[in-house]
Design a protein around this ligand. Structure first.
Ligand code: DER
Length: 229
């Protein structure tokens, strides 16, 4: 499966950049899952020592335990050397849309604190303009869904409540909230929209990540081989 190969390659490339003694932000999603797996491999082989991970979701915690990466918390550390996370869209300014996995609230906390924030994506996530292929995820207090929907519509958005797949009813986040996926026909000013959405009472966090990304590793298939750029 070429997509899986791309994700593995780019996950490995990110894991290879981690140095011993680092505090590592562990992102969420299927691409970062490979980075976590390869980090575990490097710890197991002894190549990497004295690593501690800060998880961005239950998924990241479960994977870290599965691959033997010790976990810590933001109470215990005074810096995060490197953060590795995926994205749903990356624009030319390295602004992101994240939240495809409904994990963007904790992701933004950890990714924003990372001294070096590395985004791992396959080629399909690269866009010219944010919002062109993916709606903006917004985490919302369940009691505030109705007024937040109205406020987002006033901003020109088309909000849709995210429903579970193996769970009947709405997706419930790691914080116990719901997610609205908001389609915008155009996002002329991502930093402004991020602030405006987060200012709506009842909104916890949205998936627009601006001015945070240091490095974007892109997995692609070149002449039939998976490569990273
Ligand atoms: O939820 C997230 O923000 C994830 O990073 C997601 O957007 C990317 O997941 P993927 O690597 O499985 O596409």
């Amino acid at each position: 499966d070429p997509v899986k190969l791309m994700k593995q390659q780019v996950g490995k490339a990110a894991a290879d950049r981690v140095q011993s003694g680092s505090i590592v932000g562990l992102g969420t999603g299927s691409t970062t899952a490979f980075a976590i797996q390869f980090l575990g491999d490097r710890i197991k082989s002894g190549a990497l020592t004295d690593i501690k991970g800060i998880p961005t979701s239950f998924q990241a915690s479960v994977l870290a335990k599965q691959y033997g990466i010790p976990l810590t918390t933001l109470d215990e550390v005074d810096r995060i050397h490197i953060g590795i996370d995926g994205a749903d869209e990356v624009d030319p300014q390295k602004n992101l849309i994240k939240g495809g996995g409904a994990a963007h609230t904790r992701e933004k906390v950890v990714d924003s604190l990372a001294e070096q924030f590395i985004v791992v994506v396959d080629q399909s996530k690269i866009v010219d303009k944010l919002g062109s292929t993916f709606p903006v995820p917004v985490e919302v207090l369940p009691m505030a869904i109705a007024p937040v929907v109205k406020a987002l519509e006033k901003l020109g958005g088309k909000p849709e409540l995210r429903m579970g797949i193996k769970k009947d009813g709405p997706v419930i986040t790691d914080q116990g909230n719901m997610v609205l996926d908001v389609t915008f026909s155009d996002i002329p000013n991502p930093p402004e929209l991020e602030k405006t959405i987060n200012n709506i009472p009842g909104v916890l966090e949205n998936g627009i990540f601006v001015g945070m990304t240091d490095i974007v590793l892109i997995g692609e298939i070149k002449d039939g081989n998976p490569t990273v750029r």
